[in-house]
Design a protein around this ligand. Structure first.
Ligand code: CDP
Ligand code: CDP
Length: 218
């Protein structure tokens, strides 16, 4: 699949940051699929849904309208929810929403459609394995749990908010486990995806490495 770049990996590995920069550089569209699962979770929270109710979660996924603007901001039924989807309440429930097959079927379909109609850099958990296994370039970004927690901690602190490092680390580890052990489309490295451990790399170093690989300079 020409002009399609797929990136997977656990939270805090740098997927969204890198995908956004890469898309800008190549003049592609960036699609953060995690934001889509977050938007459905937000819609479910607003309706006070029991997150064990798979049928109802699927119904919400079917009903809501999710779209992105050219800056990668996400809209839920025409409302910009880019900030709201990062709340701790959404963090707490998003992996439950994402484990529901009905919800995944709807979003995967939408993601595949977007990749057919645009040049895209798409990041998530199952992009290289399920959504776009035929992507021209496939990457798996990762970093140690400690480093990923440190990055999230710094993000919260930089917004002037209070953060508890151990709590953040625990929450990331919990989501890692749920996402890797779920039945449908678990997080795993595709055999033909290039593995990049970003633990000791700067954003710029990761970006340079990926661009050289994309351009075939290695
Ligand atoms: O905040 P973080 O970067 O860790 O996560 P995210 O990319 O915003 O994704 C949030 C959650 O959505 C993940 O923990 C997964 O449960 C789910 N997700 C998924 O199942 N499949 C994807 N393609 C993307 C995200
Ligand atoms: O999308 P994912 O959850 O994989 O990560 P992200 O939302 O892009 O967050 C990664 C955070 O780590 C951001 O605050 C980046 O500035 C920082 N970071 C990085 O992405 N890559 C590095 N090599 C170093 C730091």
């Amino acid at each position: 699949m020409k002009n399609v770049i797929a990136i997977d990996g656990p939270g805090g590995a740098g997927k969204s940051t890198i995908a956004k920069l890469l898309a800008k550089k190549l003049n592609y569209l960036h699609l953060d699929t995690g934001a889509m699962y977050r938007a459905i979770t937000l819609a479910a929270l607003k309706e006070d849904v029991d997150f064990n109710n798979k049928k109802l979660l699927t119904k919400i996924a079917k009903k809501v309208n999710i779209s992105f603007n050219e800056n990668g901001e996400i809209f839920l039924n025409s409302k910009n929810v880019s900030e709201e989807i990062r709340s701790s309440k959404v963090n707490e429930h998003v992996s439950q929403t994402a484990a529901v097959k009905g919800v995944r079927d709807i979003l995967v379909n939408k993601q595949q459609q977007l990749a057919r109609n645009n040049k895209v850099v798409m990041d998530g958990r199952d992009i290289t394995t399920v959504v776009l296994p035929e992507a021209e370039h496939k990457f798996f970004l990762t970093a140690s749990l400690n480093e990923r927690a440190k990055r999230r901690y710094e993000e919260v602190k930089s917004k002037g908010k209070n953060a508890d490092f151990e709590e953040i680390k625990k929450s990331i580890a919990r989501r890692d486990k749920l996402d890797s052990e779920r039945k449908y489309s678990p997080l795993k490295q595709a055999e033909d995806a290039v593995l990049i451990d970003t633990t000791n790399l700067t954003i710029d170093e990761v970006l340079k490495k990926m661009i050289s690989l994309i351009k075939g300079e290695f």
